[in-house]
Design a protein around this ligand. Structure first.
Ligand code: GDP
Ligand code: MN
Length: 348
């Protein structure tokens, strides 16, 4: 590595020590976090994890997005923790609110009904704006237009193993566009008509459906019904240009017009997942076994003892969710004809 500092990055270690940054070029990539000012200490924890396990060696930028202005504490603390450049974006009102075609009374009745039925976040307006924003807008925020790759990070996550290579470069070099670490079944109460909308889209836009798609991940009857499997989108490393493609934008617009973000409680996880499984080729998806991850209440701890030792992992393999009955990851392996990692039987 060179000895000169890159502008806008945290200085490398004090004189005499080797630079922290890994050699080589960098991808046009950024971390991205949607957060409120009150999330500061929980996102600080996440950043510290990401920096310690990966980014201190790569110094990638970090974009923070919010529907209100970030305060000075949020900006000061996050800038001190991130080794790359930090950028703070305000979400435009048009991207965080009710579209004009939504019937407010109908939406309010749904929230009241979901509150009585105790559906998680069922009575929340802001959660719905958040899910719609993550589904259709974060990748076209002006600050994101400078980048080709993103890694989404939420508050309170943990990383348990060293990441010893550039994950963005891995995606690019292997033709990957979307990735995950945890998959599971969605609460059906939050998405009763999502699949009807997806099917309508498939009929209207056959040109957007990949021939070698992952329909088998989503459906057990060739697309007639949805099995509710989805990739958990609080972790994502992906291709921003795919999200900005006509195919994805047509998909989002079709769903948005049907109103399920407000008349139901569609999450961005099933929305991204259905899009990725139908519009990308199988081999454009990637499962990162070696990225050990926690977001309440699930853990992905890599299968394979030698791998965990090599990567200095500190997760308990017994907490790994992958081979649990509520995970869809076995199904993903099977449909792709991939061998499950060494040792999966004894670790389940
Ligand atoms: P959960 O993981 O589904 O329980 O939802 P979270 O509370 O973690 O929210 C998902 C992401 O959206 C996190 O990055 C939150 O910080 C962010 N978020 C949720 N609600 C809001 C909001 O009203 N405003 C902003 N700016 N961010 C939000
Ligand atoms: Mn979360």
């Amino acid at each position: 590595g060179g000895t000169s500092e890159k502008p806008g990055t945290t200085p490398n270690p004090p004189k005499g020590l080797p630079p922290a940054a890994a050699d080589g070029s960098r991808m046009n990539a950024t971390f991205v976090t949607l957060a409120r000012n009150t999330d500061i200490w929980e996102i600080a924890k996440s950043i510290r994890n990401v920096e310690d396990r990966f980014n201190r060696n790569y110094n990638y930028d970090w974009v923070f997005l919010n529907d209100a202005e970030f305060d000075d504490t949020f900006k000061k603390v996050t800038t001190s923790l991130v080794s790359g450049k930090t950028k703070y974006g305000l979400i435009p009102k048009e991207h965080w609110g009710f579209p004009e075609w939504i019937d407010q009374d109908k939406a309010a009745n749904v929230r009241e009904d979901m509150r009585e039925r105790k559906i998680i976040y069922g009575d929340s307006i802001s959660y719905r704006h958040m899910c719609r924003y993550e589904s259709g807008f974060f990748f076209r925020h002006p600050l994101m237009l400078d980048y080709e790759w993103y890694w989404r990070v939420e508050p309170s996550i943990e990383l348990y193993c060293d990441i010893q290579y550039d994950t963005f470069k891995y995606m690019a070099d292997h033709g990957k566009k979307y990735s995950f670490v945890i998959s599971l079944y969605e609460y059906v109460e939050t998405i009763p008509t999502l699949w009807d909308s997806a099917k309508k889209f498939m009929q209207k836009h056959p040109e957007h459906i990949a021939e070698d798609n992952s329909m088998q991940f989503l459906s057990d009857d060739n697309g007639k019904t949805y099995n509710h499997c989805h990739f958990w989108s609080n972790f994502e490393i992906g291709d921003l240009n795919w999200l900005r493609s006509q195919a994805y934008l047509d998909f989002f617009d079709a769903l948005d017009k049907d109103g399920g973000f407000f008349y139901e409680r569609w999450g961005d996880a099933p929305v991204h997942s259905i899009a990725a499984a139908l519009m990308l080729k199988k081999d454009e998806l990637h499962f990162f076994n070696d990225i050990a991850y926690y977001h309440v209440p699930f853990t992905h701890c890599p299968t394979g003892e030698q791998l965990r030792m090599d990567l200095k992992c500190h997760c308990n393999p017994k907490e790994n969710f992958d081979w649990n009955g509520y995970s869809c990851t076995s199904r993903y392996f099977e449909l792709n004809g991939i061998k499950k990692p060494e040792g999966y039987e004894k670790e389940q």
